[in-house]
Design a protein around this ligand. Structure first.
Ligand SMILES: O=C(CO)[C@H](O)[C@H](O)COP(=O)(O)O
Length: 217
């Protein structure tokens, strides 16, 4: 089964962003995960256009933007022009979710939905035939280093069961440790967003960690 490893760049060292990207390129990661927070939809601010451009300039790998912002549809072209390959938005932040997916596809990009801890499988089910990626939040969105929300596991199982039927790539984001990757990859999760729990701020190098995770799975 496919294993996609996506570093959460809000956890990288910002004074050295280009060299962080260089190390992560060499560590053979798959997708750069860029959290965009507006201080309204979530109570925090994170990654802006300059950060996204810096990462884009320093890699040919895929880059996603995870829009934790109000009215995401308004900004599809903006983030598309910055070089995002995949655009995730939160359906509960947008009244026009189906149109937002169409807009993302019209830009030639892959569309993803981020399913927050308080959003049920049933609420977003109708969007599943249209999306390329589903990202289930395993922490409340907004901050790194929070506790894993075990209560999302039954919902995650439902997304895993429907994955083949609709053809989306299933990911999780938040408190993703190496132990959880092992358990949840077996459950059907393809894409793991790696923040402080598995990748950043560790003694081992990025290259060693990524290589170990691939061996362990
Ligand atoms: O989306 C996020 C927060 O909303 C971060 O990507 C994620 O939490 C980072 O990982 P960790 O929890 O392991 O620090």
């Amino acid at each position: 089964m496919v294993l996609i490893l996506s570093p959460s760049m809000m956890c990288a060292k910002f004074s050295y962003l280009s060299s962080e990207v260089d190390s992560l390129n060499k560590a053979n990661i798959d997708i750069y995960h860029m959290d965009v927070m507006d201080g309204r939809y979530v109570p925090n601010f994170a990654l802006g256009p300059e950060d996204i451009s810096t990462v884009r300039k320093n890699t040919n790998k895929k880059l996603d933007v995870h829009l934790m912002i109000e009215n995401p549809r308004k900004y599809v072209k903006f983030f598309s022009d910055l070089g995002a390959d995949i655009i995730y938005f939160c359906p509960d932040a947008e009244q026009q979710s189906a149109r937002t997916i169409d807009d993302i596809h019209a830009q030639g990009k892959k569309a993803g939905i981020a399913v927050n801890t308080g959003t049920s499988f049933e609420t977003v089910k109708e969007l599943l035939p249209e999306v390329d990626y589903v990202l289930v939040m395993t922490v409340h969105p907004g901050f790194a280093s929070q506790p894993f929300q075990e209560s999302v596991i039954p919902k995650l199982r439902k997304f895993a069961e429907e994955k083949e039927k609709y053809g989306y790539i299933l990911g999780i984001d938040g408190a993703v440790s190496r132990e959880r990757i092992k358990a949840l990859h077996k459950l059907g999760v393809d894409n793991f967003v790696l923040g402080t729990s598995a990748l950043f701020g560790k003694e081992q190098s990025y290259k060693e960690i990524i290589s170990d995770i691939r061996k362990e799975n």
